[in-house]
Design a protein. Structure first.
Length: 111
């Protein structure tokens, strides 16, 4: 987030989820649950609340947690881990890192 505001949460959280859906060709029916984390400096709104208000997703169980407060860590960052049904065998999804978060996984191509 550029700033800890409700408006940023209502914009950026749905953007992240839509990007993950698009990149991984997911639908709401594929998603089993979501776990969100936010850095401790985010206090304006729960990320799952933003997801539900903008995208609906009332049928998807969601949980929020706070990231550890580590010196030098990225600030104003929301993360989501989606559990999805993708068919036979283990599969790795395509990761999405938006805005200032790309540097968190420089080891991944095209995040």
């Amino acid at each position: 987030l550029d700033s800890d505001t409700v408006e940023q949460m209502l914009d950026r959280v749905p953007e992240l989820i839509r990007s993950i859906y698009e990149r991984n060709q997911l639908t709401d029916n594929d998603v089993i649950s979501m776990i969100f984390t936010a850095t401790p400096d985010i206090r304006s709104m729960f990320p799952p609340t933003a997801a539900r208000q903008v995208l609906g997703l009332g049928q998807v169980p969601m949980m929020g947690a706070v990231e550890m407060d580590v010196d030098g860590a990225v600030t104003r960052c929301v993360r989501v881990m989606m559990h999805v049904s993708v068919g036979e065998g283990p599969q790795q999804g395509d990761h999405v890192y938006l805005h200032g978060a790309q540097h968190l996984r420089a080891d991944l191509d095209d995040v």
